[in-house]
Design a binder for this molecule. Structure first.
Ligand SMILES: [Zn+2]
Length: 440
């Protein structure tokens, strides 16, 4: 990359940062965002916000979009500069001179690499948290935020370094088929990651039995659990204590076999009406009953195969073209291996729309399931679903007029507007019909 190209990229970045700052400056700081809007709209037929809430939703969405694009460009630029300015080669030489054993040379190379990349990414992360705080979606203090940040960094340093040492070793042992052997290791790790994710979440947020906090709500979930056949008794319903961090609402069904359980955020339990919580848990039960998790794992493993193949091919081309110029040495050296990060960053940008399309499909199916699951449990399933989407959208400050490009490229859920519009028109029981998943 020529110097002028680098300057243009940096100027573009500064310009978008300035844009986002001005977007914030236009909106006064808000009180925490805790009021459900459903009460204000006794009969809604779509997702709507008004007044200050609408103004803030539009402003924060603009900043979130800018940060998404800037984040991608920034990570590509920093990786490129790390390689092109010779830092990768210098770091490898430093580690070789400092440590005798090859294992430690590699481990410290990757640890330093992670630390440098994290430090370069930190300003955007700090700014992102500042924006969510400013608009009241996040109420997490900076010390708590840094606590979570430290946990993530520690996990990345420990597991990331070990994995990269392994992959780097595979490249040395099998210079032609390394991408395939790496994929054979990644595939079971995707399954393992899904199984342990509930435990990882507990490193960040405390989880306690639901009946200790909301016994009446847990009782109200009984008919839903019976109707959906998820077989999750009172003792396996939990509440996640997140209200000191977020004003958003969330819930999920997770675990396998004996660890199977449903979890609801305390923010949702405190502020959402019970019938809307039933709908939300109906949606989550849908993910479980329709086996979305195992299906997603299979698809993720397949997409990962494509990703590692394309990353390897692009990495080899980048290395062939720039290795001498960037003094990277062999492809299997640590500095040479680092081009694979740049390749992966480029490849994943183009694969994420495909993965998000799959995710949106499952979310839509879970919405249908959720609305059918509460039929006969609430007075008006359509109204309940629409009001739930209004409360969810307001809590997260979702713009009621979503941007089509961002929805398709980055959206792992359909937009709140699309979900509410679907709910308004979905009534399979009209004229004596029946649902896709429930007869009545
Ligand atoms: Zn879902």
């Amino acid at each position: 990359m020529s110097l002028s190209a680098k300057s243009i990229l940096i100027c573009a970045m500064l310009a978008v940062m300035a844009l986002s700052v001005s977007a914030i400056a236009q909106s006064p700081a808000t009180a925490p965002n805790t009021q459900p809007v459903s009460a204000a709209q006794p009969h809604a037929d779509s997702y709507q916000l008004s007044g200050v809430q609408l103004h803030h939703a539009i402003a924060i969405t603009r900043v979130r979009h800018i940060l998404t694009i800037v984040g991608i460009l920034w990570s590509l630029l920093t990786l490129w500069l790390f390689l092109a300015l010779g830092f990768a080669a210098k770091l490898e030489r430093y580690c070789q001179g400092r440590f005798h054993l090859s294992f430690f040379q590699g481990a410290f190379y990757f640890i330093f690499f992670f630390l440098i990349m994290t430090a370069l990414d930190l300003p955007l992360s700090l700014y992102g948290h500042h924006v969510e705080q400013h608009f009241g979606v996040s109420v997490q203090t900076w010390s708590s935020w840094f606590g979570d940040f430290t946990i993530s960094l520690a996990l990345e340093l420990i597991f990331g370094t070990l994995l990269l040492l392994l992959f780097n070793w595979i490249v040395r042992r099998s210079p032609r088929r390394y991408w395939f052997w790496s994929w054979l290791i990644i595939a079971p790790l995707i399954v393992f990651g899904t199984v342990v994710s509930p435990y990882v979440e507990q490193l960040y947020d405390k989880v306690e039995p639901l009946n200790q906090h909301h016994a009446a709500l847990s009782t109200k979930l009984d008919p839903l659990v019976a109707r959906t056949g998820t077989d999750i008794p009172d003792s396996r319903r939990y509440i996640a204590l997140v209200s000191d961090k977020s004003t958003g609402y969330n819930a999920y069904v997770t675990g396998l076999g004996a660890t199977k359980r449903m979890v609801i955020w305390d923010t949702a339990a405190a502020h959402m009406p019970d019938d809307e919580i039933l709908f939300m848990m109906g949606h989550e039960s849908g993910h479980y009953v329709l086996h979305h998790l195992p299906k997603q794992i299979v698809i993720d493993i397949f997409i990962t195969l494509i990703a590692v193949f394309l990353t390897a091919k692009l990495g080899e081309r980048l290395h062939a073209r720039y290795a001498a110029k960037w003094q990277l040495g062999e492809y299997s050296s640590r500095a040479g291996f680092t081009v694979l990060f740049l390749a992966l960053s480029i490849v994943s940008q183009f694969l994420s729309p495909a993965m998000n399309a799959v995710s949106r499909h499952y979310e839509h199916e879970a919405d249908i399931y959720g609305q059918e699951a509460i039929h006969s449990l609430v007075l008006n399933p359509q109204q309940t679903a629409i009001r739930a989407f209004n409360d969810l959208g307001a809590a997260w400050l979702e713009d009621p007029n979503p941007n089509l490009f961002f929805d398709i490229w980055f959206g792992n859920h359909p937009s709140t507007t699309d979900r509410a519009n679907f709910a308004a028109h979905y009534d399979p029981w009209a004229n004596g019909g029946h649902g896709q998943f429930f007869d009545k």
